[in-house]
Design a protein around this ligand. Structure first.
Ligand code: CUA
Length: 354
């Protein structure tokens, strides 16, 4: 490019070509690290859409990003060109004086208006396209934000679960959002969202997944207290027949204990403090929900508000040291309440509740 030849010597102090290469390499490394960070399984990729809502949102994102990038390159390019090409030099004559340019002024009023109008139309079309289809039978789910875990009720199926939402592929799922405490926000990035969960206000949203898959990570997207970051859940998309099997199993009362250790665990649950907050269908019935319903606890992937994998070691640690794992949650630490063998029995019993 000819205007570069007018530049000052590039080897002046502070602008060594080697310095520029080092800065460039560092920036490249930083951006590569940032992009690589998005690929971990724990982090949902909002552009890896698994349902029609997320796909429409991702399409709008790409459209606006492409338009914004073209505008950025054109404006910045013109700016840089002008700065370098028309900079003052020792022997420069006085620049030509302009009183204005009507054609240019009309052009730079109309062109941005057209660009913004395109973005407006695309955004409104996407918003209208996100309305819940009224001609399709919806599966109804009530998602209740507690501090800090999610309860999922299937009112038409008499199922209550926690931290894990099962939905059938290809079906519209209407999610009624409730909170009995503060404002949360329900979001499954790969399927769509996000919608505020407001106490005293009946919000709702809908989701649909294209094909069986998951688990997809869902999360609370509104600051709701000290453990807001630890208020996750999983969404598992089943085929129609797998979903029916899951429903049939979830509708059963808890499996009765089949051997001595499990019987001891069941007794500890029923006679200890657990029944004050947790319900196991067929064992006890709570008037007010405080902690997750544990009827099919052993079938869940995550526990403790979506922060721990459901393994024996994690459950044991959770029961013994809940306030260390998740400080401020309603679950007390029972490490000094139960003996080691009692803890083992309780863990074995809860994990047997498939
Ligand atoms: Cu609930 Cu943040």
């Amino acid at each position: 490019m000819p205007f570069l030849s007018h530049g000052r010597s590039p080897d002046r102090p502070g602008f060594q070509p080697r310095t520029a290469r080092r800065v460039g390499a560092a920036l490249l490394l930083m951006s590569a690290t940032a992009i690589a960070g998005c690929g971990t399984s724990k982090t949902p990729d909002i552009l890896n859409a698994k349902g029609p809502i997320a796909a429409k949102e991702a399409w709008l994102f790409w459209l606006i990003l492409i338009i914004a990038t073209i505008v950025f390159v054109l404006v910045t390019g013109a700016l840089l060109y002008s700065i370098i090409r028309f900079r003052a030099r020792p022997d420069s004559p006085a620049p030509r004086q302009l009183a204005g340019n009507t054609k240019l002024e009309i052009a730079w009023t109309i062109v941005p208006s057209v660009v913004l109008f395109i973005v407006l139309v695309a955004t409104i079309a996407t918003m209208l396209g996100l309305a819940q289809p009224t001609n399709k039978q919806a599966l109804r789910v009530t998602a209740i934000g507690h501090q800090w875990w999610w309860e999922f009720q299937y009112p038409d199926l008499s199922i209550v679960t926690a931290d894990e939402l099962h939905i059938p592929a290809g079906q519209v799922v209407q999610i009624d959002l409730r909170s009995d405490n503060v404002i949360h926000s329900f979001w499954v990035p790969q399927l769509g969202g996000k919608t505020d969960v407001i106490p005293g206000h009946n919000n709702s949203m809908w989701l649909q997944a294209d094909a069986p898959g998951g688990p997809y990570r869902g999360e609370c997207a509104e600051f709701c207290g000290t453990q807001h970051a630890n208020m996750d859940f999983t969404v598992i998309v089943d085929s129609a027949s797998t979903f029916q099997t899951w429903v049939a199993n979830q509708q059963l009362p808890a499996a009765p204990p089949t051997q001595q250790q499990l019987t001891q665990g069941a007794r500890l649950f029923a006679q200890g403090q657990c029944v004050g907050c947790h319900q196991i269908n067929g064992v006890n019935k709570l008037a007010t929900v405080i902690g997750p319903n544990l009827t099919h606890f052993g079938s869940r992937i995550l526990i403790a508000g979506g922060v721990l994998e459901n393994t024996r070691d994690n459950l044991r640690n959770w029961i013994a040291n809940a306030q260390t794992v998740k400080n401020g949650s309603d679950m007390p630490s029972f490490g000094s309440t139960y003996s080691s063998s009692d803890l083992d029995a309780l863990v074995a019993y809860l994990e047997s509740l498939k």
